[in-house]
Design a protein around this ligand. Sequence first.
Ligand SMILES: [Zn+2]
Length: 176
Amino acid sequence: MKVPCKHCKTVNTLKISEHNIGKKVRFKCANPVCHNLNQVFVSEEDLSGVRTVTLHEDKGMVLGALLEVLPNPNTVSAIFHVEEGLNIVGRASSSKKIEISIKTTDRDMSREHCQIEGRRNKYDSMSYTIEDLDSKNGVYINGIKLEAADKVFLEGNDIIELGNTSLLFLLKYKSS
Ligand SMILES: [Zn+2]
């Protein structure tokens, strides 16, 4: 399958196999000056035919993003706006103010667990990357763990797991 990089638009050719179906596959952009980490959802048709994936920008301009905290016995439900620039995400504490401060007694969530960066492109559309801030228990996106130096593009409806708490990442598109 052919997938354009979300950062530089270079079209990457991916080799996929049966075990990738129904899952997201991560790949590093082949453009040597880019090397950004991308991810793509693989469906059954991708094994038989050659699919060319289009960028999410084709759905329309991304105006912004929301992070919805899914409640559990330790964690209160909440919705946060993800701002342009850096947003540190973690367990709320009285000693340190962070942008996305989650009210939880989940001790497996670090106080500064991960960071989401919102960037605006020249067309005024937003894109978002996430990276682990050296957290105790790591960051999982749709069940796949982020490696230490990974900076992964988030897509709408991605599930971010911090400790035992799940967050739903939502993109807001400009309605055409
Ligand atoms: Zn690239």
